[in-house]
Design a protein around this ligand. Structure first.
Ligand code: TRP
Length: 335
C-alpha cells in the first residue's frame, strides 16, 4: 500500500533558497512516491504571532504560490490550510487530554522557541497556552491523517518524538492500535548557507527569495562574502576557503563550470566581482522558470484560492473519518 506523508510549513511569507533546496525540492520528489498532505500551518504561526495578523492571509498565499511555482502539484499532493480543516482542532482537544504537561514542558524545540521569543520581545513576554500546546497541535496535524512519515528539518525531531509518544499513549489508554507512530523523514535544511555564511533566514537578511527579481538577486549576490584573504583580483584564490560564493557555484554550477571557476580562481585569473556577476546570472537562469510560474499564480489569485479550498475540502473528508473513529474509540456521544 502507498505510504502516507504529512508536512506543514508555518505561514511565514515568501520562501527563500534554503526552503527551496532543502525542503520544497524534496517534497516535489516525495509527492510522486507517497500519498502526500502538505499544509500551511497558520494556527502554528499564531502561537507566536497572534498579535501580528495583518499579513497572515498574504503570507499563506505566498507560501502556497511558492510551492506551486516550485512544482508541488495539486493533482498529486493535497494542499490545504490548517485552519480550514477545523477537525484538527477537535483532535487537538482529545490529544491534549492525554498528554502529560511535563512532556510539552521539556520539549527542547519549544524551549528554543520560547528563548527566541524572550530575546525578541523582552524578558517579560508570556508564553501563551497555545504555544505550550504547539507539539500537541502538531501531533493532531500528523495523526489526523495517520501518516507513516513526516518530512521535516532536524530542528523538528523533538516534536516528532512527542507525536510518537502521544500516539502510543492514545493506543494504550483506549486499547487500540489505531494510530501509527510516524517516522521523521529528514530533509537537509543546511544545504545552502546565507549570503553572510550563516544559516539562511528571512530574519537574518541574508537570504535570496524565490520571488526576488533578477536585479535584486544579482545585487544580493554581489554582497556575498568570498575568500577573505584575497586582496587583489590577480592574487591566487582559495575556492575551498571561499565561504559563500564557491559553495553556491557547487550547488548551481555544472561539473564543468565548477572546475573552470576553481582553476581560474586558483590561478588568479578570475576576480571575485566578476565571479559573483556570473554566479548571479546563473542563479537567475536556474530560477527563471520557477519565477515565471510564480508570476502566473500571482496574476491568477482565484486559481490559487480554488486550489487551497479544494485541497482543504479533500483533507476534511479524511479528517472527518478519523474524528468519527476517534470519538468512537474514546467513547464520545455519537450522532
Ligand atoms: N513545526 C513545523 C515547523 O515549524 C511546522 C509544522 C506544523 C509541521 N505542523 C506540522 C511540520 C506537522 C510537520 C508536520 O517547521
Amino acid at each position: 500500500m502507498v505510504q502516507r506523508i504529512v508536512t506543514g510549513m508555518r505561514s511565514t511569507g515568501k520562501l527563500h533558497l534554503g526552503h527551496y533546496l532543502g525542503v520544497i525540492q524534496n517534497l516535489v520528489e516525495l509527492q510522486n512516491k507517497y500519498e502526500s498532505f502538505f499544509f500551511v500551518a497558520d494556527w502554528h504561526a499564531l502561537t507566536t504571532k497572534y498579535d501580528k495578523t495583518e499579513t497572515l492571509r498574504q503570507d499563506i498565499n505566498d507560501v502556497v504560490i511558492d510551492w506551486l511555482a516550485s512544482g508541488i502539484d495539486p493533482d498529486k499532493a493535497t494542499i490545504y490550510v490548517q485552519s480550514l480543516v477545523p477537525e484538527i482542532a477537535e483532535l487537538n482537544i482529545y490529544l491534549g487530554m492525554i498528554t502529560p504537561q511535563n512532556w510539552v514542558e521539556r520539549d527542547p524545540t519549544l524551549k528554543d522557541m520560547a528563548k527566541i521569543l524572550r530575546t525578541k520581545e523582552g524578558l517579560n513576554s508570556q508564553i501563551g497556552f497555545g504555544l505550550m500546546g504547539y507539539p500537541v497541535l502538531m501531533t493532531a496535524d500528523i495523526l489526523m491523517f495517520n501518516a507513516d512519515a513526516v518530512p521535516v528539518g532536524s530542528d523538528q525531531i523533538a516534536h516528532i518524538e512527542i507525536t510518537r509518544d502521544i500516539a502510543r499513549r492514545f493506543n494504550n489508554i483506549y486499547k487500540t492500535d489505531y494510530f501509527k507512530e510516524p517516522a521523521a523523514l529528514l530533509n537537509d535544511c543546511a544545504l545552502i548557507c546565507g549570503l553572510d555564511g550563516n544559516k539562511m533566514g528571512k530574519s537574518f537578511q541574508n537570504d535570496i527569495k524565490i520571488s526576488d527579481t533578477e536585479e535584486v538577486t544579482s545585487k544580493k549576490i554581489m554582497t556575498a562574502i568570498t575568500d577573505r584573504s584575497r586582496l587583489r583580483k590577480d592574487d591566487p584564490g582559495h575556492p575551498d576557503e571561499c565561504e559563500v560564493v564557491f559553495k553556491y557555484w557547487k550547488i548551481f554550477g555544472s561539473e564543468e563550470q565548477i572546475a573552470q571557476v576553481r582553476s581560474e580562481c586558483e590561478k588568479g585569473q578570475r576576480g571575485c566581482a566578476d565571479c559573483k556577476r556570473q554566479l548571479g546570472a546563473l542563479i537567475n537562469e536556474k530560477l527563471r522558470p520557477i519565477r515565471e510560474k510564480r508570476k502566473y499564480y500571482e496574476a491568477h489569485p482565484e486559481e490559487v484560492r480554488r486550489i487551497i479550498l479544494e485541497g482543504s475540502e479533500k483533507a476534511r473528508i479524511q479528517a472527518r473519518k478519523t474524528l468519527l473513529d476517534v470519538r468512537e474509540l474514546i467513547g464520545m456521544y455519537q450522532k
